[in-house]
Design a protein around this ligand. Structure first.
Ligand SMILES: [Zn+2]
Ligand SMILES: [Zn+2]
Length: 669
């Protein structure tokens, strides 16, 4: 790796040298040290930028040749991104050429002007989410006064976030800098990459770029939030380069557990940065669309400043199996099976669904779908022709009674044991359309996401108790991951040969594991950066370092409330949920004398009827307390309240060793 790096540097310098020679050779025939003269506009054009533009131009031209049909289609679509880009790139190149021509005139007379050497500004990379956690991925790339965002996802709440529906990133930094933001670029359509888009768009409206399926899913989401009308959405193709001011974003075909996934090459004047998004290296993808390893190698050879890479599976050795390895297993389970087959998997795993469809077609079964997200996903995928099947293979779930068990497959959500999901309801006998019985073969084609293990095993237990046969990942290889293991990570690092390496998308130990892999490959330790959400990393060819921090964190969403549940509310909820509540109600007059009460009400603390004595004791304790305070002329309500709270808490703890929340309510009469 180190050697490769050296080669790259030499290569790049070689290129730069040649380039400079061409520009100056005519005038500098005296053989003195060659220098370039810039007019004001030209100051911003440096060696890297030139390279980027040449690359971008080559790329665009290549696409022109290769994909003229697709380009035409694009022209008809609502945004002619390609064409615009093409023209922009061409114009830029033209203006650059003319600028270079101008510079050929005045050279050697004024040395102070000639001595000017322009150095590109530094590129800032700030993750606002996705580090030290799985979820809510969002990264800011900032060059001079311009910014782009990559991904905008949600995170599912931890067990201790009681009542919280989901967690989104803190968008403060983006909102504050909205004038700089050129666009949001999405790598793929998983929730941890697109889930927060509606919440961001409610605060700021920015253009969003993504591939077909990704944008379809975003559209659904925005429609649910009634934001679709004003949204500025752009469908791009894998291979496109989008102009975002001083930065250009190139979508590179990748492979993952959802179709249309991309890596992004972000071309900036400070250098090229590659963001892998989520990926695995699948040499035999279901749709035959192999990851564009060639392009990564090409960029690697031209020189890549930094690589941000998916760390999810970085603790695992070896390779992730190809998605295709699942197909034969389905066939084996389907072959000769007399039972009804129920398959639970992730809705977004279109390729998995395709393989279930293939087996169903092969063994003459019809398919019914259960679960809203599965229905939506299959609908979207079929609309885009991403699921290939005979038209009549899917039937309405209401019609399953018209078929015998061995003529049916039901594809369902709930592979994670989610409480409200279709499979969980089936297991609990609460599903209105499907009743599981001993003539069912249930295949759970997924592994539990960390944290979901318990609920998944509960569902499996329940299904088995009903008598169903259950096949799950611990018993058979009915699932493969969508993320790269160590050997795949090594491949990407070797192709890209980044100067700086930033493991992303993972919990701390996963980031650390990928760091170790990078070191093993010869990336110097000091060039690997484990960063935190909110930390600013500043880099250029010479240096990469931490440079302060911006506001980042988690914002909790509970029902319609965004951010109104904070740590204080959560603490209260935890306190209430673990110890219950005691409310003390009484009326007092201005002198502090108790006029009526105290009444003591408890919830989630003790069953009052069986603890009447305790409650009576609490009451007399309060009466005494109030009497003492009256004697001392304590009439300030807040001191009465806090004294009561503290003393009643101590009293109850001494009697019960419990710590309920105590809430005094005083009324003045
Ligand atoms: Zn992800
Ligand atoms: Zn993903």
């Amino acid at each position: 790796m180190e050697e490769n790096n050296k080669v790259t540097n030499v290569d790049m310098q070689g290129n730069v040298q040649n380039d400079m020679n061409q520009n100056n050779i005519a005038k500098n025939s005296d053989g003195r040290k060659k220098r370039r003269v810039y007019n004001y506009k030209n100051k911003k054009q440096n060696k890297n930028k030139r390279q980027e533009q040449n690359q971008a131009q080559k790329r665009v031209q290549k696409q022109d040749n290769k994909k003229s049909k697709i380009q035409n289609k694009n022209q008809n679509s609502r945004e002619n991104i390609n064409v615009q880009n093409d023209q922009k790139t061409q114009n830029k190149l033209k203006s650059k050429k003319s600028a270079q021509k101008q510079t050929k005139k005045p050279i050697t007379k004024n040395k102070s002007i000639i001595d000017f050497h322009f150095k590109p500004s530094k590129l800032k990379i700030i993750a606002l989410g996705g580090l030290d956690e799985i979820g809510k991925n969002i990264t800011v790339f900032e060059y001079e006064n311009e910014m782009i965002l990559v991904d905008c996802g949600i995170e599912f709440p931890d067990d201790d976030m009681l009542g919280v529906d989901l967690v989104i990133p803190d968008f403060t930094y983006v909102v504050k800098n909205i004038d700089k933001v050129k666009g949001l670029f999405i790598t793929h359509g998983h929730e941890d990459h697109i889930g927060s888009i509606p919440y961001l768009l409610k605060q700021v409206n920015i253009p969003i770029y993504g591939t077909k399926l990704t944008m379809k899913l975003i559209e659904h989401k925005l429609e649910e939030h009634k934001l679709l009308n004003k949204a500025d959405l752009h469908v791009v193709e894998q291979g496109n380069v989008i102009d975002a001011g001083k930065m250009q974003v190139e979508f590179i075909r990748s492979s993952h557990s959802i179709p249309d996934s991309c890596m992004l090459a972000i071309h900036t004047p400070a250098g090229v940065v590659i963001h892998t998004g989520d990926y695995k290296v699948d040499y035999t993808p279901i749709d035959g669309q192999m990851m564009d390893l060639g392009r990564l190698a090409e960029l690697g050879n031209q020189g890549v400043l930094a690589l941000l890479a998916d760390s999810t599976n970085s603790e695992r050795k070896g390779f992730t199996m190809s998605e295709k390895s699942i197909g034969p297993l389905f066939d084996r389970l389907f072959e000769g099976c007399k039972k009804r087959i129920v398959v639970a998997t992730f809705a977004s795993n279109v390729h998995r669904v395709q393989q279930i469809v293939n087996s169903a077609v092969k063994y003459g079964r019809k398919i019914a779908i259960s679960g809203r997200s599965m229905i939506n996903m299959i609908e979207a995928a079929r609309e885009l022709n991403y699921i290939k099947c005979p038209d009549d293979i899917f039937i309405d779930i209401d019609l399953i009674k018209n078929y015998t068990d061995d003529q049916l497959v039901i594809i369902t959500t709930g592979s994670q044991g989610e409480t409200m999901s279709a499979l969980t309801r089936m297991a609990n006998g609460e599903h209105r359309k499907v009743t599981i019985n001993s003539n069912d073969l249930v295949i759970i084609s997924a592994t539990p996401i960390p944290g979901n293990e318990k609920s998944v095993s509960k569902v499996i237990d329940q299904l088995m108790k009903i008598g169903a046969e259950v096949v799950y990942s611990a018993l058979a290889n009915v699932h493969v991951s969508g993320h790269a293991c160590q050997e795949e990570q090594k491949l990407i690092m070797s192709l890209v040969k980044p100067k700086y390496f930033l493991p992303v998308h993972g919990e701390y130990r996963q980031l650390m594991a990928q760091r170790d892999t990078a070191i093993e490959l010869g990336i110097p330790k000091e060039n690997i950066f484990l960063t935190n959400n909110g930390k600013v990393i500043e880099m250029d060819e010479d240096k990469c370092e931490f440079a302060g921090a911006v506001q980042a964190g988690r914002v909790m969403v509970d029902g319609l409330g965004v951010g109104d549940v904070g740590n204080v509310v959560l603490r209260d909820r935890q306190h209430l949920s673990s110890d219950g509540l005691i409310v003390i109600v009484m009326s007092i007059d201005q002198g502090g004398t108790v006029v009526s009460g105290p009444d003591v009400i408890s919830r989630g603390f003790v069953y009052v009827k069986e603890s009447e004595n305790l409650m009576e004791d609490v009451k007399s304790f309060i009466r005494e307390e109030m009497y003492v305070m009256e004697e001392r002329h304590v009439t300030d309500w807040s001191s009465i309240k806090s004294t009561l709270k503290d003393d009643v808490r101590d009293f109850i703890f001494s009697r019960t060793k419990r710590n309920p929340m105590i809430l005094p309510i005083l009324m003045e009469v």
